[in-house]
Design a protein around this ligand. Structure first.
Ligand code: ADP
Ligand code: MG
Length: 680
C-alpha cells in the first residue's frame, strides 16, 4: 500500500467513520447501508458447497429479522468458535445475496447486553487489500497501528508548518490536533475541522512549491531579450493585419512582450477557446523575435495543421522580407535539406512544422522563440530538446522563449495545480461578429432530415463536415463504419456539382493532403473525416458539422471538433447524431454541448464528469495526487490556498521570515518526495 514510514501510515486516512457504540436492528439494513453493527442470537451454522465454493454460513437473529453471515476463509476455526444459541455482537459491511442481507467475514464477538468498553463513537474505517486481509492485516488492524502510533507521537513530532497568520485567518486546527482528529475524532465537527485543515495544507504546500519553482526560474533563467518592437512587426500591424485585434489578443501580446523583453526566459501557457484567434498572436510574437535578430518556430500537432499554418502565414506576410519554411515528417529530402540548411545559416526567419522540428538534425542559427500550437501536453523531454536549440550566448546556449498554446481550455483549477509553475495567459474573448454555433442532438433515424439540411446549406454555397469516430479499441469496426458512411454520403449527394473529400489517418499522406486541400480551396463541398481534423483546421466557409456516434466522443473533443465551424460570419450548425440508447455521462456531455459554446464552461463540466485523473495529459503530472483534497470539490479552498501562497511568496520569496520558518523547514524535509525539474 506504499506505506514505508510512520508518516505514510499517518497519511493513510480513514475513508469513513462508523459509530461503534450504536447497535442497529437487522431490519434497518437496506441497499444504502454500508457498515452496520447488530446484536442477536446465532441460530444456525453450516459448512456448505464443495471444494472451491466451500463456505461457512451462519444465521443471526434479532427481534427484527435474520441476517446471514458468511466466511470463505478460516472456515473450520470460525465454526469451532461459534456456538448456536449464543448471543453475538456483529459488525461488518453489508451486502445482499438473492434478496436477503448478509455480511461476509464480519467482526464477531460474544455479546453480554452492552457494547464493550473502549468502542468509539466514531471509529475509523481504513482501506486494505485482499492480500493484506488474508495475512491478518485488514482495515481494523491498520487502525490499531495508527492508534498506537498516535499514542507515541508528541506535539513536537508533528510540528506546525503553517504560518500563524494563515492559521488565524482561516481559523485552522493546529497540525498535531488535526492528525489525531482526522483518525479518531471526538465529534463530527472536530473531524470536519481536521479534514479541512489537512486539505488546505495539501493544496497550500503544492501551490507554494510551484510558486517557488516559478520564482526561482524567474530569477535564474536567462533569456534572450526582444528589446524593441521593430520594422516587421509595425509594418505587419499597420498594413497586413486583416482585422482589428480583440482586447484579449492585445493583452496577451503585451504579456508576451513584457516577458520576452525582461531578460529572463518566457515559459508561458496561452489558454484560448477554440476560434479565439491564437494563430495571429503567434505570428505577431514571431515577428517580434525576427525584428530582434532571432529566428522563431511554430510546432503543430499534425501535418495537416502545419501545412495550413505555413500557407496562412505565407499568405499573411506576402511581400514582406521574410523567409518562411515548412518542415514535416514527409518533407521531400531535397526540400528538407534546403530548409535545414537555411535554418542553420540563419537565412530562414520562421520555421513552421510538426514535431519533426524538435528532432536532433534540426539546428537553428539563433532560435529565440518556439511556439507549440494546439497542445497543452508538452513533455519535459520535448522541452529539453528545444532548449538545446537556443542561441549562443556569452556563457553557453540561451534557451528560446517558449509559448505553449492549448487546443481547448483547461479548467482553471486544473491549470492552477498541474501547470501552476508556468506563466499563464487567457484569451476569453472571441473575435467580434461571431455567431454562436447552433448545436442540436438528433437520433440516427433522423439522418435523412439531417442530410437534407446539409443540402440546404450547400445550396447557399457553404461547406460541411461529417465526422466519424475512430477509437483505438474498436478501430477496425470504426474504420468500416467510416467507409460505409462515406459510401452513404456519396449516395445521398448524387448531384454532379457536389464533391466529397475523405480524410482519415489510414490514407497515404499524399492522398490525405490532396483531399484536405481540395476542401480548403472549396473544390469539394463535403468532408467525411475522422478526428484527424480535430484541431486547428480553419475553413471559415464551412457552416455545418455532423458528428456521427457523438456519444463516443469526449466533451472537450466534441467542443474542439465543433470549433471547425462557426469560424466565419455565417451562422453555423453542429448536429450530434447518436443512437437511442445513451448512458448518463454521454447524455450529460451531449446536453452540455447543446447548452453552451463557452469552452471554459465546458472544460469545467468535463472535469466534473470525468474527474481530474482522466483529463488528458495530467495523469503523470503527479501534482494532482492529493490524498485528501479534490480539485473539483475543493475549488474554493484551492483558490484560497493559491492566493495565500502567492501573497506569502510576494513578501518573502525565499521563506526567510521568522513566521515562515516552519514552512521552510517542512519543505526542505519533503524535498526528496517530489521530483521537480527546472524544465517543467
Ligand atoms: P484558434 O485560437 O482556434 O487557433 P485561429 O487562430 O485559427 O483560432 O482563428 C480563428 C479564425 O478567426 C481565423 O479565421 C482568424 O483569421 C480569425 N481571427 C482571428 N483573430 C481575429 C480578429 N481579431 N478579428 C476577426 N477575425 C479574427
Ligand atoms: Mg489554432
Amino acid at each position: 500500500m506504499n506505506i514505508f514510514t510512520f508518516q505514510d501510515l499517518l497519511e493513510l486516512y480513514p475513508y469513513r467513520h462508523v459509530d461503534r457504540t450504536k447497535i442497529s436492528r437487522i431490519r434497518e439494513i437496506d441497499q444504502q447501508t454500508e457498515y452496520i453493527q447488530v446484536a442477536g442470537r446465532l441460530i444456525s451454522k453450516d459448512i456448505v458447497g464443495d471444494k472451491r465454493a466451500r463456505r461457512l454460513v451462519a444465521q443471526l437473529r434479532d427481534v427484527s429479522g435474520t441476517l446471514e453471515l458468511v466466511w470463505f476463509q478460516g472456515i473450520h476455526g470460525v465454526q469451532k468458535l461459534l456456538q448456536v444459541g449464543q448471543e453475538y455482537l456483529v459488525f461488518g459491511r453489508t451486502g445482499f445475496y438473492l434478496g436477503s442481507p448478509q455480511i461476509t467475514h464480519p467482526e464477531i464477538e460474544p455479546y453480554a447486553g452492552a457494547t464493550p468498553e473502549g468502542r468509539n463513537f466514531l471509529e475509523p474505517v481504513y482501506p486494505s487489500t485482499e492480500k493484506l486481509k488474508q495475512r491478518g492485516m485488514g482495515g481494523r488492524q491498520i487502525g490499531k497501528l495508527t492508534q498506537t502510533l498516535l499514542g507515541m507521537l508528541k506535539e513536537r513530532d508533528l510540528p506546525e508548518n503553517l504560518p500563524p497568520q494563515i492559521l488565524q485567518a482561516l481559523s485552522l486546527m493546529p497540525r498535531y490536533a488535526a492528525f489525531r482528529q482526522i483518525h479518531f475524532p471526538a465529534q463530527p465537527a472536530e473531524y470536519a475541522k481536521a479534514l479541512s485543515r489537512l486539505k488546505f495544507e495539501e493544496l497550500f504546500l503544492a501551490q507554494l512549491r510551484m510558486g517557488l519553482i516559478k520564482s526561482q526560474r524567474h530569477r535564474s533563467s536567462q533569456g534572450v531579450v526582444f528589446g524593441q518592437v521593430g520594422e516587421l512587426f509595425n509594418r505587419f500591424y499597420s498594413r497586413h493585419l486583416p482585422f482589428e485585434l480583440t482586447g484579449a489578443q492585445k493583452r496577451v501580446l503585451k504579456e508576451i512582450r513584457r516577458d520576452t523583453g525582461s531578460g529572463r526566459q518566457m515559459n508561458r501557457l496561452l489558454q484560448g477557446d477554440v476560434g479565439s484567434g491564437k494563430t495571429i498572436v503567434a505570428l505577431l510574437a514571431m515577428l517580434l523575435a525576427v525584428d530582434n535578430g532571432f529566428q522563431a518556430c511554430i510546432v503543430a500537432p499534425t501535418e495537416i495543421l502545419a501545412r495550413q499554418h505555413f500557407l496562412a502565414i505565407s499568405e499573411l506576410v506576402k511581400g514582406m522580407p521574410l523567409e518562411v519554411g515548412l518542415l514535416t515528417g514527409s518533407s521531400r529530402s531535397r526540400e528538407r535539406k534546403k530548409t535545414l540548411g537555411s535554418a542553420a545559416s540563419g537565412e530562414l526567419h520562421i520555421l513552421v512544422g510538426t514535431h519533426a522540428i524538435l528532432e536532433d538534425p534540426v539546428l537553428f542559427h539563433r532560435l529565440g522563440l518556439a511556439i507549440i500550437d494546439e497542445q497543452h501536453r508538452f513533455g519535459v523531454a520535448q522541452r529539453a530538446s528545444l532548449w538545446k536549440k537556443g542561441a549562443q550566448g556569452l556563457s553557453g546556449i540561451i534557451p528560446p522563449h517558449v509559448l505553449v498554446m492549448t487546443a481547448t481550455p483547461i479548467p482553471r483549477t486544473l491549470a492552477m495545480t498541474a501547470y501552476g509553475d508556468l506563466d499563464y495567459s487567457v484569451m476569453d474573448e472571441l473575435p467580434p461578429g461571431r455567431q454562436p454555433i447552433g448545436t442540436v442532438h438528433r437520433y440516427e433515424d433522423k439522418r435523412p432530415q439531417v442530410m437534407d439540411f446539409i443540402r440546404h446549406e450547400l445550396s447557399k454555397g457553404r461547406q460541411a463536415y461529417i465526422i466519424f469516430p475512430l477509437i483505438e479499441e474498436s478501430e477496425t469496426l470504426d474504420y468500416e463504419n467510416l467507409i460505409k458512411g462515406y459510401e452513404n454520403v456519396k449516395a445521398w449527394f448524387p448531384e454532379p456539382k457536389y464533391w466529397i473529400s475523405r480524410v482519415d489517418g489510414r490514407q497515404p499522406a499524399g492522398e490525405r493532403e490532396t483531399n484536405m486541400s481540395r476542401f480548403l480551396s472549396g473544390d469539394t463541398q463535403i468532408m467525411v473525416a475522422t478526428t484527424v481534423i480535430e484541431v486547428g483546421v480553419n475553413v471559415p466557409n464551412a457552416s455545418v458539422m455532423v458528428v456521427e456516434s457523438a456519444e463516443k466522443f469526449g466533451l472537450s473533443q466534441l467542443h474542439q471538433l465543433r470549433g471547425r465551424v462557426g469560424r466565419g460570419a455565417e451562422k453555423s450548425f453542429c448536429i450530434l447524431l447518436t443512437g437511442r440508447k445513451l448512458n448518463k455521462d454521454a447524455r450529460e456531455r451531449i446536453n452540455t454541448l447543446c447548452a453552451t459554446n463557452d469552452g471554459f464552461k465546458i472544460a469545467e463540466k468535463d472535469l466534473e464528469i470525468r474527474g481530474p485523473g482522466d483529463i488528458e495529459g495530467t495523469r503523470q503530472s503527479g501534482m494532482l495526487n492529493f490524498k485528501l483534497a479534490s480539485i473539483v470539490q475543493d475549488r474554493a479552498l484551492l483558490e484560497r490556498a493559491r492566493d495565500m501562497a502567492e501573497s506569502i511568496l510576494d513578501k518573502d520569496p525565499e521563506l526567510r521570515a521568522e513566521d515562515n520558518k516552519g514552512l521552510r523547514t517542512f519543505l526542505m524535509l519533503q524535498k526528496g518526495k517530489t521530483q521537480w525539474s527546472k524544465i517543467s
